[in-house]
Design a protein around this ligand. Sequence first.
Ligand code: ZN
Ligand code: ZN
Length: 312
Amino acid sequence: MASVTFLSDGRDFLYDRIHSQFTNCRSRGFNALVHVTFYGVRGSTPCPCPDKQRVGGNTSCVVVDSDDGSPIVFDMGTGLRVWGTDLDPVDDFHATALVTHLHWDHVQGLPFFLPLHQQGAVLDVHGPTEPGSSLESAFATFVNPPFFPIHYSQLTGDVRFHDTADDSFAVGPAKVLSRAVPHVGVTNGYRVEWGGQSIVYIPDHQQPLDDHRHVDERVLELVDGCDVLIHDAQFTATEFAQRPHWGHCTVEYALEVANQGGADTLVLFHHDPHHDDDMVDELGRHVADLAEPTGVSEVMTASEGLRLVLGD
Ligand SMILES: [Zn+2]
Ligand SMILES: [Zn+2]
């Protein structure tokens, strides 16, 4: 079982919440460590409720970083604001955001990201587009009065948008693969390979209604033997039966995806706003039990402040 260490970094939010989980995740004889830090783990809407504080109430935001390049952030939910408070101010901040889709829980942190209130900051934002639209025009619509006090271009830093569908591209030393995945509306999943580690991010995934063992081939292409799969874990089977068209899946289906795709570690993510801390724990134990006879070697539940340390 992986060990857990608590770091005390003295900053306002995560001073006693960042806890590192060391995993050797089939490391391939490599060099620098890769960190995966969870700043927002909740799906659908923020839920700052007393019974959800241990897991956390901020929405989707996960940072991947290493010593040899600028950070990559999966999604810009309200957890993005928290990451901003955790960063040292620098003159030339640069990061790349891989946005899965434009639902509120994945984008609404953007204008609250502190580095974008500093001169010289640059954020490259990749994400999918609806037909006849562009990523930039979508943000220009909802980060704009009357939905928000200012237009996104009035932020001090520079936000650069990149329409991204099925593609592969480099972000510094990292390789990124993007593929459309089943959800409600156009949605990407991402695979990042960096420093010999592979991290796959599929936070919103519509489970098939008729065949709970079928996994879309583009999803399997993303997962393909990855070290860490961060996956939608929104529903129990009962909840899925009540909301089959909401674009999500059961925790059992998350394991099905991990197992069919050959993932080493599954991180249950995008927790339902109605699931309190105890229920998230219980679902994690349930999936870990189910995973024992499979090829998935570890199941974790994402919580705010969890940091995975991947590598030698
Ligand atoms: Zn979502
Ligand atoms: Zn969504």
